[in-house]
Design a binder for this molecule. Structure first.
Ligand code: IPE
Ligand code: IPE
Ligand code: MG
Length: 241
């Protein structure tokens, strides 16, 4: 979609994925506990959903907690789960107002019972919404997602629902957690790190990457527009000429 943003005609990516990084460093810089950075980061997520929709973005996917993040100290994991818990409950309340359709990707079986129940409710009540398609990756790891997809597909082959000769890229993709959403057009990672940390390895095959130095709690609409501008400077070829 083309849109005039701040006086400039830009192509708006349909799907933006974000590795939100730098909460800990943001807090450290202020001599505050890391968990304070996560709190601030959660507020940024809320604001950026609104900004993304106003800019014309249809799908926003954020990496909130990886399968590897369980390695962090127990107090940080607990704080992140508490934040998540509160966020999900708030999100359920807001869903009729902001019209967001929320999905959660990742291995939900690794989450506590109450968080799973909130996710289920949130996905159900927001499924009729027609605004931003907001996807949150929780206990998500791309390799784990592909492993789970393979297990599911192998079971379907065993049950005679799928023949191995019918396995196409599209069929495999449909078994992934992201089965019903398009691949990202733009990936943003904040905090200056330039790696994927096990995020959407399959889905990012032809995505444009923008790495930014800003720490996640400081990310805002202007930073998002900056990333979209960089995206507009790229030539997407998809292997052609
Ligand atoms: C990103 O911020 C949030 C999560 C991974 C949950 P970090 O917590 O990774 O912040 P840094 O990278 O330590 O600064
Ligand atoms: C990636 O950030 C995971 C999330 C943003 C949820 P990390 O901070 O965990 O990644 P590494 O450890 O720097 O690769
Ligand atoms: Mg980090």
């Amino acid at each position: 979609m083309q849109k005039v943003i701040d006086g400039e005609l830009l192509t708006v990516p349909e799907h933006v994925a974000i590795i939100l990084d730098g909460n800990g460093r943001w807090a450290k810089k202020r001599l505050l506990p890391r968990n304070y950075g996560h709190k601030q980061g959660a507020k940024t997520v809320e604001q950026i959903c609104e900004d993304a929709w106003n800019l014309g973005i249809k799908y926003l996917t954020v990496y909130a907690f990886s399968t590897e993040n369980w390695k962090r100290p127990q107090n940080e994991v607990d704080a992140l789960m508490k934040l998540l818990r509160n966020y999900l409950v708030d999100c359920i309340k807001r869903t009729s107002k902001n019209n967001m359709r929320v999905r959660v990707i990742g291995d939900k079986t690794g989450l506590s019972e109450d968080i799973r129940a909130s996710i289920e409710e949130l996905e159900r009540v927001s499924s009729v919404n027609t605004g931003l398609n907001f996807t949150i990756a929780i206990n998500y790891g791309s390799r784990d997602e592909m492993r789970r997809a393979m297990v599911h597909m192998a079971q379907d082959v065993e049950d005679g629902k799928v023949r191995s000769e019918d396995i196409t890229e599209e069929l495999f993709a449909s078994y992934l957690d992201t089965g019903d959403i398009p691949d990202p057009d733009l990936l943003i990672r904040t905090s200056g790190e330039q790696r994927l940390s096990n995020f959407l390895l399959w889905q990012l095959a032809y995505t444009e990457f923008v790495f930014m130095d800003v720490l996640w709690p400081d990310f805002n609409r202007d930073e998002l527009v900056r990333a979209i501008r960089q995206y507009n400077g790229r030539e997407r070829r998809f292997g052609g000429i």
